[in-house]
Ligand binder design. Structure first.
Ligand code: AMP
Ligand code: MG
Length: 420
């Protein structure tokens, strides 16, 4: 009788590690680059601050009106149940302050954003006064400081506004602009090399011979890495040849901060990536209890981290999001990025699942007529079926110890919108 060797569907292999352990091992190996550059604000979206920003002055710099109306002195308010008339001494526009002194019984017309003159402590919305040609009539129903934005109420001078490690969003760019900053210090761009391995692979534009397929993985990866903080170099297709893989990886380690290859990490006769990695450096692990994506090698060539992702196109994307993206964040030095939420949705169908590995299925989330989130799978979940990713708008994450899902059960989903 033939005794089965441990293979990819065996959940009891000793060197098979959980997703959590794999991620921990990766992050414990990766050191932030700590190299900075100075860039213009125009180039800052999607970059990460290398230095915290301390507000050089108050924003807004002056007290100003939050509404269109009239600025008055609180001593001119009438007694309860009385009315008073105030004469209009002038007008303050945003950008055109009113600077004359006011006598008792005088007010000014004021527009949103206009500085509130010294001594005036109440702004009344124009809808709440009776307006005559040169004066207004008001009642007593007004509070001190109402409708006045205080100096520094957005950002106080000397306060830390944005901290080092913040991935800059459009709102952050606006905040930096409001502080008058035209240049900022950010972490330098990450240089990443990507390559596909496989003798069956052909570049776009070439004729496909019998048995050949087009290389899609480097294109998926290149698109996934198309970000302002990354320079990606596509090394193209590498042969299933141990010597040429070694040569390419060794060379790349000298020029790039991270190397990502796909294919050749399993146990087939043409799978040489892992051996190349072992010959050049360290292999931290190469088998993770995740489906798809079990054969996944991580290690270092000299000091350069290396991901040997699986060849199957869906497994490439799943492992990229789960393992490579967090590693990239850590390398660049991103400690604060917009959250990528996971939440619970009701599965509209039964899903087969074995405890003992994390399964990441492709799903379509939608709201039922009552507004509750539900999810269905995209159908066939084979790791070579790239359309399952293209049709999906979310991952369905079935946890390591979870068993089968029945229709109507809650499952964890992660919308792609937070990942892309
Ligand atoms: P491997 O991990 O090298 O055994 O590849 C697993 C499967 O993924 C095989 O069917 C390969 O043909 C396919 N594959 C590997 N690399 C690519 C690629 N770059 N583009 C498309 N399919 C690929
Ligand atoms: Mg291969």
């Amino acid at each position: 009788m033939i005794k089965n060797q441990a293979n990819c569907s065996d959940l009891n292999e000793p060197d098979l590690i959980t997703v959590t352990t794999a991620l921990k091992k990766i992050l414990s190996q990766i050191k932030p680059l700590h190299q900075h550059q100075r860039i213009n604000l125009e180039q800052a979206r999607g970059r990460t601050l290398s230095q915290s920003i301390i507000a050089p002055f108050n924003v807004p710099p002056h007290r100003n009106s939050a509404v269109d109306g009239y600025a008055i002195n609180s001593t001119d308010l009438p007694k309860p149940d009385h009315l008073v008339e105030l004469s209009i001494a002038g007008c303050a526009y945003a950008g055109q302050p009113f600077t004359d002194a006011l006598a008792p019984g005088e007010c000014i017309r004021i527009m949103t954003g206009a500085p509130v003159p010294e001594g005036l402590t109440i702004v009344i919305m124009q809808e709440q006064v009776e307006h005559f040609e040169n004066h207004i009539r008001i009642d007593h129903n007004h509070r001190l400081h109402q409708n006045i934005r205080q100096a520094g109420e957005d950002i106080a001078q000397g306060s830390p506004v944005l901290l080092a490690g913040k991935l800059l969003t459009p709102a952050d760019i606006g905040v930096l602009a409001s502080l008058g900053l035209t240049e900022i210090n950010v972490n330098r761009k990450l240089r990443i090399a990507i390559a596909s391995t496989g003798d069956e692979l052909h570049s776009l534009g070439s004729e496909l011979p019998h048995g050949g397929i087009y290389d899609s993985n480097t294109h998926t990866l290149q698109a996934s890495l198309d970000r302002p903080d990354i320079t990606v170099v596509n090394l193209g297709i590498l042969d299933d040849n141990p010597a040429s893989l070694q040569h390419c990886f060794e060379e790349s380690a000298q020029h790039y901060d991270l190397i990502i290859s796909t294919g050749g990490v399993s146990v087939g006769d043409a799978d040489h990536t892992r051996e190349a990695l072992r010959a050049l450096g360290t292999v931290e692990f190469w088998k993770v209890a995740i489906k798809p994506g079990r054969p996944l090698a991580f290690g270092c060539v000299n000091k350069t981290p290396f991901f040997g992702l699986p060849g199957n196109p869906v497994a490439v994307l799943v492992t990229f999001y789960q393992f490579v993206l967090p590693a990239i964040d850590q390398l660049i030095g991103i400690t604060d990025r917009p959250v990528c939420p996971t939440f619970t949705a009701i599965s509209t169908e039964a899903i087969r699942k074995r405890p003992g590995r994390t399964e990441i299925q492709r799903g379509i989330i939608s709201q039922d007529p009552n507004g509750h989130w539900q999810v269905k799978t995209t159908g066939q979940q084979g790791s070579g079926i790239l359309r399952s990713m293209s049709l999906a708008n979310a991952f369905i994450i079935l946890a390591h110890n979870q068993g089968p899902v029945s229709a109507g059960d809650p499952v964890t989903v992660q919308p792609f919108s937070g990942l892309l």
